[in-house]
Design a binder for this molecule. Structure first.
Ligand SMILES: Cc1cc2nc3c(=O)[nH]c(=O)nc-3n(C[C@H](O)[C@H](O)[C@H](O)COP(=O)(O)O)c2cc1C
Length: 154
């Protein structure tokens, strides 16, 4: 069974909730799913990662949540090269923060692509000003992502 790892960056649990809500969709699609609340670089570079999904909120002024900082720093500093990685990204933010809206998710996207990773489909940006429960946006996005990227495992 292929492995989907969901990497979570969260301050208040919203992004973790999204990860937990979308998990069954991927299980139904034939994946083994692991949710990583305190990810380390080896979780990403290990040969058992067939697909990655990042659920990351933004704090401060466009910053990564604390639990995600060491992981993102390790990618930037150790520059592992991720050309075999395919991933999706769900960014949580709040447009009332203006220019730093979904800053962590956007930063992460750039970081991963800079390492040669391939994003499948578009990044989802969930705006807390418009969507009270992030799941309401994330669930349909995940369904569509599985469909449009033909992720279902026979
Ligand atoms: C102190 C603080 C700073 C924040 N800074 C930003 C920001 O710079 N950009 C943004 O888009 N959202 C920002 N947000 C909004 C959060 O990203 C948003 O509420 C998100 O849904 C929280 O998800 P979580 O529960 O996974 O932490 C901030 C929220 C707080 C409380």
């Amino acid at each position: 069974m292929p492995m989907l790892k969901i990497f979570v960056g969260t301050m208040y649990g919203g992004a973790l909730d999204v990860a937990e809500q979308v998990k069954p969709l991927f299980e139904e699609a034939g994946f083994e799913v692991a949710i990583l609340e305190n990810p380390v670089l080896e979780d990403l570079t290990g040969s058992d990662t067939d697909l990655a999904l990042f659920c990351v909120s933004t704090t401060g002024s466009g910053d990564y949540p604390g639990n995600f900082v060491p992981f993102a720093r390790a990618i930037a500093e150790q520059s592992p090269g991720l050309s075999s990685l395919r991933y999706g990204l769900i960014a949580l933010g709040d447009s009332s923060y203006g220019e730093t809206f979904c800053g962590a998710g956007r930063q992460l996207d750039e970081l991963l692509q800079g390492q040669g990773a391939q994003r499948l489909g578009e990044r989802l940006e969930v705006d807390a000003m418009e969507t009270f429960m992030a799941d309401d946006a994330a669930l349909p996005w995940a369904e569509e992502w599985i469909e449009s990227q033909a992720l279902k495992v026979a």
